[in-house]
Design a protein around this ligand. Structure first.
Ligand SMILES: Nc1nc(=O)c2c([nH]1)NC[C@@H]1CN(c3ccc(C(=O)N[C@@H](CCC(=O)O)C(=O)O)cc3)CN21
Ligand SMILES: CC(C)C(=O)C(=O)O
Ligand SMILES: [Mg+2]
Length: 274
């Protein structure tokens, strides 16, 4: 585990280029959501590689029952806190609902606000439908993470938080989404809540790093919502959540256990996958 000790060389932030190198070297990428400076410092000390200021903050911080009410201003506020609280992790920020779907120009304007706040990469939910937007951003200096599979901003379209890619049609659409985003210039791809075999196939076919959440252990890395992995989220937990606080005596140790489990491939186990 890489814990910062005084006397180490000054630590710099990882970039998407470092994640690509880790992916090529077969080193797993440990990512968590984070919304404030205190947790950002703990995640940094525990060796978390990437911090996502996710629109899940609408649920775990603001108490809404979906991510839809979250605004760009909300994400900007939390990006500032996480950047100030950490030194090494790559900073990725979600473009929230209705901040990017209208046009590539709208996406650029709002992505720019997140980058000015300190993000190094923005995440957009979408595949083939958002390929043009990914290309628009990534050719204008904004690294993009695509988020495919169960995209929570489409909860009303899906009719609930349903696993995606279950039938042959859905699986084919999922694979087309993955490849279209890579082709459009995405530097990273989050794969959420699809059958593990499908996530594995996508991870194998992609040359860019893939990050699973209800995906597969074959992804280049994993992400969870911080409050979920600490066992403090309200409500029923999704299958892909493991409570890393169990058996630990500190939050720092729980986050370190998550990093270790992602790195050694013991998380996710089959029980966390679909
Ligand atoms: N706290 C939190 N954690 C998350 O992972 C998360 C959020 N909030 N908010 C935004 C979305 C919503 N997410 C969710 C929420 C529920 C399930 C869920 O319960 N899935 C069922 C599968 C249903 C089916 O069979 O199709 C499960 O049993 O895991 C999955 C993803 C993921 N994201
Ligand atoms: C669950 C992750 C991938 C996310 O998008 C979020 O936290 O908003
Ligand atoms: Mg999100």
């Amino acid at each position: 585990m890489s814990v910062h000790v005084p006397g180490d060389a000054p630590r710099r932030r990882l970039t998407h280029v470092d994640l690509a190198r880790m992916h090529s070297a077969g080193e797993k990428i440990a990512m968590l959501t984070c919304y404030d400076a205190s947790f950002a410092g703990l995640c940094d000390a525990a060796g978390v590689d990437a911090l996502l200021i996710g629109d899940s903050l609408g649920m775990v911080v603001q108490g809404h029952d979906s991510t839809l009410p979250v605004t760009v201003a909300d994400i900007v506020y939390h990006v500032g806190a996480v950047v100030r609280g950490s030194q090494r992790p790559l900073i990725i920020a979600d473009l929230p609902f209705a901040s990017f779907q209208e046009s590539p120009q709208q996406a650029f304007r709002n992505a720019a606000a997140l980058m000015v706040a300190g993000a190094q990469m923005v995440k957009i939910e979408g595949g083939v439908n958002m390929a043009e937007t990914t290309q628009f951003l990534s050719t204008r200096g904004i690294p993009v993470c695509a988020h495919i599979g169960l995209t929570p901003q489409s909860v009303h379209q899906f009719g609930g938080y349903r696993i995606q890619g279950r039938d042959a049609d859905g699986a084919a659409r999922f694979m087309a989404d993955a490849l279209a985003q890579q082709e459009a210039g995405a530097a990273l791809i989050v794969i959420e809540a699809v059958p593990a075999a499908l996530a594995s196939e996508a991870a194998r076919r992609l040359s860019i790093p893939s990050i699973g959440i209800g995906g597969s252990v074959d992804c280049s890395g994993q992400v969870l919502v911080l409050q979920d992995m600490l066992g403090i989220s309200a409500g029923r937990k999704a299958r892909f959540v493991r409570d890393f606080m169990a058996g630990q005596t500190s939050i720092a140790a729980a986050i370190a256990a998550y990093v270790a489990a992602v790195r050694d491939g013991s998380f996710p186990a089959p029980e966390h996958c679909y």
